[in-house]
Design a protein around this ligand. Structure first.
Ligand SMILES: C[S@@+](CC[C@H](N)C(=O)[O-])C[C@H]1O[C@@H](n2cnc3c(N)ncnc32)[C@H](O)[C@@H]1O
Length: 242
């Protein structure tokens, strides 16, 4: 554990995230969600201060996230993601994982050329484009798995699979499957690791982290999602033994 992580554990974080107003009266950052723009927050986060960054970013497909409209030009989106990837790499000791829809696969290959690609099979026949069914998501990883891991994940139920997706749904267009995050946690992290999720939404990463004895730091723009995420985390049990 480095000095920053020790301070996080001790809840004594003052002075570290300069632009975020942290003092003794504010909540500790570890196992909490920061409301704000993730790029700004990432820029103020120290080098190698978390173990992994896991991101399920907006896909630039005009989804309505309340305070964010997901409607940038291609160039703006690429530049935004490039900066987020750069900052994520800087703060993550073990590496980064970015999870995107199949249409963004080419772009993310370009943005993270050293990543390993894991294909996450989506069973439901979802969107059709030019007569092709889009039936996978792409998980780009620069993290070395801690155990042997296949690069085709076909055992996860994803939102959009109708009846077969049995997880609780929340009022957001971009829900991430907890099953996916369980598998990521299992393959790429150890107990007590710190996972930073810059687009934490309604908190799937936080719930899984708490459930598996990992730590999380979340960042989210929309305060309504944060409220929901905090409720989900509060009703999640920590494991007795990890
Ligand atoms: C694909 S969703 C992620 C869903 C999340 N993993 C969950 O389980 O609910 C993308 C999220 O990014 C948030 N977002 C968009 N722009 C952001 C920004 N600049 N900083 C932080 N969060 C942002 C949106 O509000 C949305 O909740």
């Amino acid at each position: 554990m480095n000095a920053f992580q020790k301070d996080l554990f001790d809840n004594n974080v003052s002075g570290y995230l300069g632009r975020i107003d942290i003092n003794k009266n504010t909540k500790p950052i570890l196992n909490n969600i920061i409301q704000g723009d993730c790029l700004e927050v990432l820029k103020t986060t120290p080098v190698s201060s978390v173990d992994i960054v896991f991101a399920d970013p907006p896909y630039n497909v005009k989804k309505d996230y309340g305070v964010y409209q997901d409607d940038l030009s291609e160039d703006e989106y690429k530049k935004w993601m490039k900066n987020i990837i750069k900052e994520s790499r800087r703060i993550a000791k073990s590496g980064i994982l970015f999870y995107v829809g199949s249409k963004l696969t080419k772009l993310f290959y370009e943005l993270i050329p050293d990543a390993h690609l894991i294909i996450v099979h989506k069973r439901a026949v979802g969107v059709i484009q030019n007569n092709y069914f889009l039936q996978y998501h792409s998980l780009f990883s620069t993290v070395k798995p801690i155990k042997k891991t296949k690069d085709l994940w076909d055992d996860i139920r994803l939102p959009g699979e109708g009846y077969f997706f049995r997880e609780e749904r929340f009022d957001t267009p971009g829900l991430t499957s907890q099953a996916l995050i369980y598998k990521i946690v299992d393959s790429f992290t150890k107990p007590n690791d710190i996972i930073l999720d810059p687009f934490i939404g309604t908190g799937a990463t936080a719930v899984v982290a708490k459930n598996t004895g990992r730590n999380f730091i979340g960042i989210e723009l929309n305060p309504k999602y944060i409220e929901l995420a905090n409720k989900r985390v509060a009703s999640t049990c920590k494991p007795l033994f990890i």
